[in-house]
Ligand binder design. Structure first.
Ligand code: SF4
Ligand code: SF4
Length: 339
């Protein structure tokens, strides 16, 4: 069953945490209560998004919503955004007051010019906006104020575009007035562990599918990498995040913030090898060697043979193959030009 959600300009989604920590429950309850006082806004109170599957009622309900979203979770915003994208809940990245300062424009432009095309540039997401708030970023009051600020902005925009408006937000946080019950779903979920791909970084290079020997990755009809069998991933292992040259693989529950999707200080659009920062036990250690060791540990645990370092011979062969190919092309061009 999909919960009937009235078409509103804005839906506020609460992704409850996995732990039983009472302080976290209090923060979640405070935000849900505050959000429920906003006229014309739908509030969805769901289990932890990372643990949900596409077939779950929570996700099917979310998919049916077309308007903007504010998603509150105990995840870094980048992890939450691409986790939803994986579940076909897609949109543009919405700004929040807790975002890091934007990069210098010149640096950003230079980095973009130098970089490979990203999957999200090749397949742009739809126009609606998804604002992801990490509930670790501030206390409940500040988070509630930020939810209100985003809602007011969405309200002004809806009025301009004649979309279903949120309604009067005046006195929205006042006691007792207009409080409505949030739509709460309580599916039983178990903790999961799998990679999430940030397609704003991914260049579709296929390093991850070559590296993973557990069949987690696959390719869709458009020849784009995807996490096809998430539950084949080995719990606690982040190996492939270390070999991704674009720093696009996130393990949202990993204890190292950079692997879990935190903004990286000095991130210059991947001109640097982000894998060096990705929680390798020794910062001087080769991240690919660390990843190979982690992969071997997992192979041995399931009774398979260790394989050691990734075999780069195929890639080397590709490189050497490309030189004659380029020469052949040049000769063809010269022939056509009749030189
Ligand atoms: S290794 Fe990284 S950039 Fe390459 S396809 Fe996988 S996720 Fe994308
Ligand atoms: S962590 Fe290991 S098992 Fe999981 S997707 Fe990456 S390489 Fe595959």
């Amino acid at each position: 069953m999909i919960l009937p959600v009235a078409p509103t300009a804005l839906t506020i989604v609460m992704s409850r945490g996995q732990s039983r920590n009472p302080e976290k429950r209090d923060v979640e309850a405070a935000i849900v209560k505050a959000a429920s006082r906003l006229a014309g806004v739908t509030v969805l109170d769901l289990p932890h998004l990372y643990d949900l599957k596409g077939t779950d009622e929570s996700i099917r309900t979310l998919r049916a919503i077309e308007g903007d979203l504010i998603v509150c979770s105990w995840l870094f915003p980048r992890a939450a955004h691409w986790l939803l994208d994986r579940l076909d809940v897609r949109g543009q990245v919405g700004e929040t007051a807790f975002d890091p300062e934007p990069e210098d424009e010149d640096d950003e432009a230079a980095a973009t010019a130098e970089s490979e095309p990203r999957v999200s540039e090749l397949f742009p997401r739809q126009g609606r906006t998804i604002h992801c708030l990490d509930m670790r970023a501030a206390d409940a009051d500040k988070l509630a104020v930020e939810v209100l600020r985003i809602a007011e902005t969405a309200n002004r925009q809806a009025e301009t575009e004649s979309a279903p408006a949120i309604g009067s937000l005046a006195g929205a946080w006042g006691p007792g007035d207009g409080v409505r019950s949030p739509l709460r779903l309580d599916e039983t979920v178990t903790r999961r562990w799998y990679p999430v791909i940030d397609y704003s970084r991914c260049t579709n290079c296929m390093e991850c599918i070559d590296f993973c020997l557990f069949g987690v990755y696959g390719i869709d009809g458009a020849e784009t990498i995807l996490v096809e069998q998430p539950d084949n991933c080995r719990k606690g292992c982040p190996a492939c995040s270390r070999v991704c040259p674009a720093g696009a693989i996130i393990f949202p529950q990993h204890k190292a913030p950079a692997i879990a999707g935190a903004p990286v200080e000095g991130d210059e659009g991947f001109k640097i090898d982000l894998s060096l920062l990705f929680g390798a036990p020794d910062q001087t250690a080769d991240p690919v060697a660390v990843a190979a060791r982690e992969r071997d540990e997992q192979l041995l645990l399931v009774g398979r043979q260790a394989v050691g370092m990734p075999d780069t011979r195929n890639r080397d062969r590709e490189k050497t193959k490309s030189a004659p190919d380029q020469l052949d092309n040049l000769i063809d061009l010269l022939d056509q030009a009749d030189v």
